[in-house]
Write a protein that binds this ligand. Structure first.
Ligand code: IVH
Length: 672
């Protein structure tokens, strides 16, 4: 394809993909299959690779993020990000209404806009000439972190606006949220590797937004609602109308917005959402009431850090009383014990609740809760209800103190509790059934070995005595699998093939799959890149491990511990003999030519943009750092560099390299 045609085709594909993206993620009305979308995306990717001169940061292909480390520079907001005054009390809303009327005059007609108060994390996003430009977190309200690369991966954020009647420059404010379904899946994955699950979707959303690696953010499926527009040439004086315009340009605006003419209509809105919120697929913690007219908003101004023209009414977490019948103990995949309360069934926030988490022994003690007590159960930001208190006035003599278990309910091993840890653990890592099955489930999961084998099959294989650990999977025979209920010739062969295929899975995923505590998929990637083989990892000292960027004491300690255990050494040996990948391949090795070298880019360049150089540095295993220090390894020098900078380079004895020397460096050892 010639350049001209390629350019046309690229633009056509980008337009189409962006339209389908909008239909899927903003309107929830897709008109093509996921498969067709992927085919189109692949085609665009191929063309963009072939014609890099047409690269565009806002191309739909850029939604997948990249492995370049975000450095989150601080940016000053054009307009400060205010907070909202809030109340739990309807009388205070009457006061708010009075205050507003007092200032703007009792005879001026005006409207309120009522919105949901989304429980996530706020961002401010700039657009210029219809294009996504920059996203900043709230920070302290005056300055926030630049999270442009991460927010770009959120599919419901438009990168190119629809239509053409938008102002040249404007900003939107909105909430980044994590829907319940995404949150539950993420926490399940975290528990699998022994990481603490997020307490609620809000923490998960803000934690995700601050991740170093935007390609990881892309996988987390965040969502967004935009709720405010700022700028000089806004389309209307009405906030409500501005939101309608934003919707037209492709932004995701909630459908649950109402205009209210008086306080009673506001109360109707609140009452409706106080119960209806239980049916939303994401968390809200209240409603926001805004004076609709921007000129009136201006007139009302602000007090301290919040505007006088808006207020939030927060919902009280719903709380009910019920009887605690008994306590049972669950053993998680990592051996963590969780006490669970069996309750007299009770209606709470739209569902019938029969169980609630009691978290750990300390919480039981703190609450002083006893069997047959009347307890208060609450559903807050968390999905699983929790016991928040005891109605001691209702306690009778039959109530029984809870004796916390000392042995594992599954394998009877004595429990341990490490210093500083809230939870008790069953230490019988390789003999306790839920821990064994949990390890295998993690091992076969999609981001790990990707073996086609569900929970039920793993359970059946375990019950039949065919597997007791992950290495046993590679000794399974056709006859064994065929003998399981539900398996026929074809399904048995498929499972064997899937196990066989897993031998090609690259080292970084194998390292994640073997389930070293705290070694998640990102950590595994970092370790694989830096240490290159399991043998090197095993030999590495605590100091060598912590010298690797992003590896802290906790992870290093966990790795050292893992290799101290003879059982693990034998497992690895068996997996090696089975043919799994325990070192990075030559191709991957090339990608690590720079071996963690810290490189400062300075000046202007002829052949590459600074952004491209930054990408190359990261791609070949280096680290781009912003300022010269004694720890800098190379100074990648272009033209027009200030003398004081060069002085510093000289003073620290940093090696100075030109653009050509740099490209030579990364091409030198390449095997083409
Ligand atoms: S308006 C000055 N509208 O609530 C008013 N805020 O304290 C700007 N929030 O962290 C905010 N839903 O992120 C507004 N529909 C909504 C909102 C909303 C959630 C959050 C916002 C901020 C906090 C305000």
């Amino acid at each position: 394809m010639n350049k001209e045609n390629a350019f046309k085709k690229i633009n056509e594909l980008r337009k189409k993909l962006s339209e389908h993206n909008y239909r899927y993620y903003v309107l929830s009305q897709p008109v093509i299959s996921d498969y067709d979308y992927d085919v189109m995306l692949k085609e665009l990717e191929t063309l963009e690779k072939e014609f890099p001169e047409f690269a565009d940061p806002n191309s739909p292909t850029k939604r997948v993020g990249s492995d370049i480390s975000n450095d989150f520079t601080q940016v000053t907001h054009n307009y400060p990000m205010l907070s909202l005054g809030n109340t739990y009390n309807k009388n205070e809303l009457l006061d708010f209404d009075k205050r507003v009327k007092n200032i703007i005059g009792n005879n001026t007609p005006f409207k309120y806009t009522c919105e949901l108060k989304f429980d996530g994390t706020a961002v401010s996003i700039k657009y210029e000439n219809g294009k996504y430009l920059q996203a900043i977190t709230r920070g302290d309200g005056t300055k926030g972190d630049d999270v442009t690369a991460n927010v770009r991966t959120i599919r419901s954020i438009p990168l190119i606006l629809r239509g053409n009647d938008f102002p040249d420059k404007f900003e939107v404010r909105g909430e980044i949220i994590m829907p319940h379904k995404v949150f539950e899946k993420l926490n399940k994955e975290r528990e699998e590797i022994g990481e603490t699950p997020f307490a609620n979707p809000r923490n998960a959303a803000s934690g995700t937004l601050k991740m170093k690696n935007s390609s990881e953010v892309a996988k987390r499926n965040l969502d967004t609602f935009i709720y405010y527009m700022l700028g000089d040439n806004l389309p209307s004086d009405s906030h409500f109308e501005n939101l309608k315009n934003l919707k037209k340009w492709g932004f995701k605006i909630s459908n649950h917005i109402k205009q209210a003419n008086d306080i009673n209509e506001i109360f109707d809105f609140i009452n409706h959402w106080d119960t209806e919120r239980n049916n939303l697929p994401y968390d809200i913690d209240g409603v926001v009431i805004k004076v609709d007219s921007l000129s009136l908003q201006n007139e009302l101004g602000m007090t301290g850090k919040s505007p006088r023209w808006a207020i939030s009414y927060k919902f009280k977490a719903e709380c009910v009383a019920t009887k605690l019948n008994s306590v049972e103990y669950q053993v998680g995949r990592t051996g963590a014990i969780t006490p669970v309360a069996n309750l007299e069934p009770v209606q709470l926030a739209g569902t019938i609740v029969k169980r609630a988490s009691l978290h750990n022994a300390d919480i039981i003690k703190e609450l002083d809760v006893r069997i047959s007590d009347t307890v208060f159960v609450e559903k807050g930001g968390e999905i699983i209800p929790k016991i928040v208190g005891v109605d001691k006035s209702k306690r009778d003599i039959s109530s029984k103190k809870i004796e916390y278990i000392t042995c594992c309910p599954e394998c009877k091993t004595e429990l341990v509790r490490e210093e500083g840890e809230a939870k008790h653990y069953c230490p019988n890592e390789y003999g306790c059934p839920p821990q064994i099955k949990g390890k295998v489930e993690h091992f076969v999961s999609r981001n790990a070995m990707d073996i086609n084998c569900g929970e039920a099959t793993i359970n059946a294989l375990y019950q039949a005595g065919f597997i007791k650990n992950i290495a046993d999977l590679y000794d399974l025979t056709y006859e064994q699998i065929y003998s399981l209920e539900g398996f026929k010739e074809k399904s048995a062969k498929n499972l064997l093939k899937s196990i066989e295929d897993s031998k090609k899975v690259p080292f970084e995923r194998v390292l994640y799959a073997i389930g070293i505590r705290y070694v998640g998929n990102i950590t595994a990637k970092v370790l694989a890149k830096n240490l290159q083989s399991i043998d090197n990892l095993q030999k590495a000292s605590f100091e060598e491990l912590t010298a690797v960027d992003e590896i802290g004491d906790k992870i290093a300690g966990s790795i050292i511990n893992y290799f101290k255990n003879e059982y693990n050494i034998q497992l690895i040996e068996r997996l090696k003999n089975a043919g799994l990948q325990f070192k990075i391949t030559e191709n991957e090795e090339n990608e690590n030519i720079l071996n963690g070298a810290k490189i400062v880019i300075s000046g202007t360049f002829k052949k590459h943009s600074r952004e491209e150089l930054k990408k190359l540095i990261e791609q070949y295993g280096g680290k781009n750092v912003s300022s010269v220090s004694k720890n800098t390894d190379y100074f990648l020098a272009g033209e027009k560099i200030g003398p004081s900078k060069l002085e510093k380079v000289k003073k620290f004895g940093i090696k100075k390299i030109s653009e050509d020397e740099f490209t030579e460096m990364i091409n030198k050892n390449r095997i083409s």
